[in-house]
Design a protein around this ligand. Structure first.
Ligand SMILES: [Ca+2]
Ligand SMILES: [Ca+2]
Length: 284
């Protein structure tokens, strides 16, 4: 819908102001993040390691000072990364200043970046891709794509669920998309756009019981999944104590991977695993 020219001008100036404000915020934040990086040995925050830092670390060790000019000083002074500043660090700084070493042991300590993932579990989902003896070019191509899809799908299930299932996978061109049966069979049709790990994970969920087990239909009441474990899981994922999983006779959502477009990152795949694992505990 178009707005009148008279209204649009003040509104775009408003946008420019907001843009500038956000830019300044962003610049200050990135500047802060940059300054927060630790230069090991540089306890006064001058940007380099020299005799002043050495003197400061010695003074700290002797108890003459209890903090450093740099807010990162305590971390920067622990040049071997063992969690404390002691004579080893003083010795290492001396070696550095004399040119005997070019960097500090702490620089080799890997930085652990926490990622928003679930605690790993140990599932045991395996699959066998059934192949014909003398495959055509079409079959060979399909086998390769299905294998890549299944390898990735199974690795997610084995890392983030405790489900055990032996699957048998077929390339069946007459299947319109792909399907999964509780007997452990997964079939991929000829449409290559469904030969991906997201579709494969969706079908694995069917083999586990989503929409296929006797228990499934009794767990769905008025379009809402009622099993306690998976309901607790969606509440933990969303942080919303009233969140529920919606479902019908065959599918559930969110995180049912009913469309590949649902997946924005690996976390969506992990959340799918967490929920299916919890559904399994609910007895599907
Ligand atoms: Ca310094
Ligand atoms: Ca140390």
């Amino acid at each position: 819908m178009f707005k009148s020219g008279r209204l649009s001008r003040p509104s775009s100036w408003g946008k420019v102001t907001v843009f500038l404000f956000v830019s300044v915020l962003f610049l200050s934040f990135s500047n802060f993040a940059y300054c927060a990086e630790v230069v090991y040995g540089d306890v006064n925050g001058s940007g380099s390691v020299d005799s002043i830092d050495f003197a400061l670390v010695k003074s700290y060790l002797l108890g003459r000072i209890s903090e450093f000019p740099s807010p990162n000083g305590i971390k920067a002074g622990d040049v071997n990364g063992d969690g404390e500043i002691n004579s080893i660090d003083v010795g290492l700084m001396k070696s550095f200043l004399l040119g005997f070493i070019g960097k500090f042991p702490a620089e080799n300590v890997p930085v652990v970046t926490p990622t928003p993932t679930a605690p790993p579990k140990k599932g045991n989902v395996t699959y066998t891709l059934v192949k014909v003896a003398n495959p055509t070019a079409d079959q060979l191509d399909a086998y390769n794509r299905i294998q890549s899809a299944m390898d990735k799908a199974v690795s997610f299930y084995n890392e983030y669920t405790s489900i055990t299932k032996a699957l048998t996978v077929y390339y069946e061109p007459s299947v319109s998309t792909a399907d999964g049966n509780i007997n452990g069979t997964i079939r991929f049709g000829s449409n290559r756009s469904y030969m991906n790990h997201i579709t494969a994970m969706h079908e694995i969920a069917h083999t586990v019981g989503v929409g296929t087990s006797d228990k499934w239909s009794s767990l769905i009441v008025n379009g809402v999944y009622t099993g306690p474990n998976a309901t607790a899981a969606i509440r933990a994922i969303t942080g919303d104590n009233n969140a529920v999983i919606k479902g019908d006779r065959t599918h559930f959502w969110p995180y049912g991977l009913n469309y590949t477009s649902e997946v924005k990152s690996d976390q969506d795949l992990i959340n799918h695993c967490i929920i299916v694992d919890a559904m399994k505990k609910d007895g599907i």
